[in-house]
Write a protein that binds this ligand. Structure first.
Ligand SMILES: C[S@@+](CC[C@H](N)C(=O)[O-])C[C@H]1O[C@@H](n2cnc3c(N)ncnc32)[C@H](O)[C@@H]1O
Length: 413
């Protein structure tokens, strides 16, 4: 499904909707799918060297790649080798379209295990086999970050930690850390409201989650609300708001009159769910952030004190959380999304009061969507740039673990 363009979470939802697999099996399927997204460059390279011709049908190719991903991962093996081989052969045997290839699958995987070191040594000589990203992505990263490109690609291939945002309306970081300790859960503070768990767990098992004590949010994403410099009573627009992570953090931070806008009705519903769980209130608005400044659409004509523009982007800074993104994006997406975002920013600027502040956020590391966008926007609109973190590169450093987000703050003169 991902090869056909579906995002991995939606593909898994679709698969699980047609399956009677119990929860632990679903967990394993999900884990293998995410591991495969992180290792498919190497697996496809290995398969190209192991099989005399491309395995048919596509499902067989995908199954072999998933098995090779698991077998090649000697640093973090998920299963015993014999389990992977046996399960792959069983899966092939039980599918009429693939059953003919049972012997081939067995032979390919067993040969890989016998010659693993030599085969991997050959595969990692190609950038695709070494880094597990499309070649255009690797080349672009090198050009944009001549010093850091390898660290960025490496961080994108790590499994992300579970980071929480503590709801300061209901508790404090210190008190919540004690709550976690009382459940024998170890974690540490990595930001004003951010806690990094030592071990991941399903959301439903996070203590106090249903009562709104904490939410799942990366530490870099938690910088938006403080940067907005909010005061009680302000009129705030969160212009690309769904699923509402930053919306809720804003509302946890100050008593503001908040409009949460998004042009996707399904995603807008997810904001409602988050607001309900956290017992917060906002005006939800379905609409297009790139239009409306002439009072001809969703906007009521009243200026905002603060605007958060978390614009649509390639999401190239959050590939460790969404490892499918690198395979779904096309080279040309960056320009298209940057053009749309520029239109959104110019439109929103008209809705900001004099002296008001607009915060541009992207979860991209491509300069065209981030720093170059900010520079061009400031020049077009004569906007004053205020201090903000700029480009945060993704890092898996335990003390400072965060995704690759970009922040630029502007004030209207
Ligand atoms: C990066 S996500 C926002 C994440 C969100 N701020 C959060 O913290 O949870 C970008 C959002 O912009 C929305 N979007 C894309 N184009 C838009 C447009 N023209 N107008 C309004 N929303 C748009 C998408 O539906 C998506 O939900």
């Amino acid at each position: 499904l991902v090869r056909d363009g579906a995002a991995l979470p939606q593909a898994l939802t679709q698969v699980f909707a047609q399956s009677a697999a119990p929860a632990p099996t679903r967990g394993a399927i999900q884990d293998i799918a995410y591991r495969t997204m992180r290792g498919i460059g190497r697996a496809e390279t290995l398969l190209g060297n192991l099989a005399s011709r491309p395995p048919e049908p596509t499902l067989l190719h995908c199954l072999l790649c998933a098995a090779l991903c698991l077998l090649a991962d000697v640093d973090d093996p998920a299963y015993e080798n014999f389990t992977v081989v046996n399960q792959a052969v069983t899966a092939v045997s039980s599918d009429p379209q693939m059953a003919h290839a049972k012997g081939m699958v067995n032979a390919v995987l067993r040969r890989f295990l016998r010659e693993r070191d030599a085969l991997v040594a050959v595969a990692v000589k190609t950038p695709f086999g070494l880094w597990n990203y499309p070649v255009w992505w690797i080349d672009r990263m090198k050009a944009a970050y001549p010093q850091q490109w390898q660290a960025i690609l490496t961080a994108g291939n790590t499994a992300p930690p579970l980071t929480l945002r503590v709801n300061r309306r209901k508790t404090s970081v210190a008190a919540y850390l004690e709550t976690l300790a009382s459940h024998a859960i170890t974690a540490r503070q990595i930001g004003p409201d951010a806690i990094r768990m030592d071990t991941a767990m399903p959301m439903a098992q996070i203590p106090g989650f249903e009562d709104g004590l904490a939410s799942v949010q990366d530490a870099a994403a938690q910088l938006a609300a403080p940067l907005l410099d909010l005061q009680d009573g302000m009129r705030v627009l969160d212009a690309c708001a769904a699923p509402g992570g930053k919306t809720c953090h804003i509302l946890e931070t100050a008593e503001v009159d908040l409009t949460a806008l998004d042009n996707n009705p399904k995603r807008l519903q997810r904001i409602t769910q988050n607001l309900q769980r956290l017992q917060l209130e906002a005006k939800l608005q379905l609409g297009d952030a790139s239009v409306g400044s002439q009072g001809d659409d969703w906007w009521d004509g009243q200026l905002f004190d603060r605007i958060l523009a978390d614009v649509p982007c390639t999401a190239s800074g959050i590939v460790r959380r969404h490892p499918d993104i690198r395979w779904l994006r096309r080279k040309t997406d960056t320009e298209q999304l940057a053009t749309l975002s520029a239109k959104i920013l110019d439109n929103l600027w008209q809705m900001l009061r004099p002296d008001g502040k607009l915060l541009l956020v992207t979860c991209s590391v491509w300069p065209q969507e981030s720093e170059a966008q900010a520079v061009a926007f400031a020049a077009r609109n004569n906007a004053r740039r205020l201090p903000a973190p700029g480009q945060l590169l993704p890092t898996a450093d335990a003390g400072q673990d965060h995704d690759g987000l970009f922040y630029a703050l502007f004030q209207k003169c």
